[in-house]
Design a protein around this ligand. Structure first.
Ligand code: FES
Ligand SMILES: [Fe+2]
Length: 390
């Protein structure tokens, strides 16, 4: 028998390294059951009908099932013996027990309660052991909740179609990390943020926190703060910081320029629902990253950072720097969550917070276009130069 408590712990989605602040980060803890229900029913501000990274490929090994949560939907993830990754709602349609407690035979997931079996790749019920010879129940009309699942870049990506909707006939391909040569190194990092997805995302695109949150000997100090002008342009469902030469006060960029003798250019895109991509190129050398902020619950999101490069930089060294950065962001957002639980009034200022304003406008305009069926209106008229000091 598996240890129930251990399983329950493995299933929790609390942010790591946060035990000492868990009480203040869980404002729902003391709410009455009816308040909690009302909160769950209220719109959580998620964007449905998009791909989200659910888990690392390594979480699903052999016939082991993994669990994840996306947009407050519990998922059970697996990979068939034929190598196809799948995602089902982690709820048996019979009486609701998580299917992840059941067994997986390489094709079908068998519920641990009454042994109903579901095809992992379609969610279709294939067997109900209790049915007797005179039973007329059409087993194949029963489905467990099921979501499209693709595996690449070391992740299981799951397409979260809105509750109660049918999948569209064609769905777009899942996001991919760009690479510009046959040989390259790559790595990934992830961390939980105890925040609503909107705060996770505007934190990700915020240009003004760098000199304060990411002060490091290897990056920059508060003293290096100076005025910048960056051009942005609209792209479908997002915006692009137009190709530019990166901040001259950042040591890694200077080093890259010395190595190739060629100018360094950086292009940074943000695209709904949650994705920032960055390409840095100099001569034949390149660095590319894909960062997503994924809503787990309305009070918890997760940053996944994927990077690839052919720059002569060892993975171990890169990870030390990247981890430092991510930890600095995580610590700041844990502190921010402490303030946000009191529902303060907040401000977005020009120009440093303009990208955050565009994010909220993009999100609102997308929802409006989905509601009306009209084409989505882009909040930007055309290219615009923003000025800030950082
Ligand atoms: S609850 Fe799953 S088979 Fe009954
Ligand atoms: Fe940051």
């Amino acid at each position: 028998m598996p240890d129930g408590r251990k399983l329950a712990k493995e299933r929790s989605h609390e942010p790591e390294k946060m035990s000492e602040t868990a009480n203040i980060l869980a404002p729902h803890g003391k709410a009455s059951e009816s308040t909690q229900k009302a909160e769950r029913g209220a719109d959580a501000g998620f964007l449905w009908d998009f791909w989200y990274p659910a888990a690392r490929s390594s979480a699903v090994q052999g016939r082991r099932l993994a669990t994840a949560m996306l947009l407050e939907v519990p998922l059970v993830l697996g990979r068939t013996d034929a190598g196809k990754a799948f995602a089902m709602r982690d709820t048996c349609p019979h009486r609701g027990i998580p299917l992840s407690y059941g067994r997986f035979d390489g094709t079908n997931v068998e519920c641990s309660y009454h042994g109903w079996k579901f095809d992992g790749c379609s969610g279709q019920c294939v067997e109900i052991p209790s049915l007797a010879s005179q039973d007329k129940l059409k087993v194949d009309r029963i489905f467990a909740g099921h979501y499209p699942c693709e595996e690449h870049d070391g992740y299981l990506w799951v397409y979260m179609n809105a509750p109660g909707t049918l999948l569209p006939e064609t769905i777009p391909a899942a996001p991919r990390l760009a690479a510009f040569s046959a040989k390259y190194k790559s790595t990934h990092l992830a961390c939980d943020l105890p925040s609503h997805i909107d705060h996770g995302i505007i934190g990700l695109m915020d240009p003004a926190h760098g000199p304060f949150v990411h002060q490091s000997w290897f990056w920059r100090s508060q003293k290096s703060i100076h005025e910048k002008a960056k051009q942005f342009e609209p792209i479908p469902c997002g915006f692009r910081m137009s190709p530019h030469s990166p901040s001259s006060n950042s040591a890694p960029y200077q080093l890259l320029k010395k190595m190739t003798g060629a100018p360094v250019t950086t292009t940074i895109d943000f695209v709904l629902p949650n994705m920032r991509t960055e390409e840095i190129r100099s001569g034949k050398l390149w660095f590319s990253s894909l960062t997503t902020v994924t809503p787990v619950r309305r009070d918890l999101c997760r940053i996944d950072f994927l990077a690839a490069w052919n720059v002569p930089l060892p993975i171990s060294i890169f990870r030390i720097f990247a981890k430092t950065f991510l930890r600095q962001d995580q610590e700041t957002m844990i502190q921010q969550a402490e303030g946000l639980q009191h529902n303060p009034r907040l401000m977005l200022i020009d120009d440093a917070d303009r990208p955050a304003k565009w994010y909220f406008a993009l999100k609102a305009n997308l929802l409006e276009s989905r509601r009306t069926g009209a084409a989505m209106v882009h909040p930007m008229d055309g290219p615009v130069t923003l000025h800030w000091r950082s």
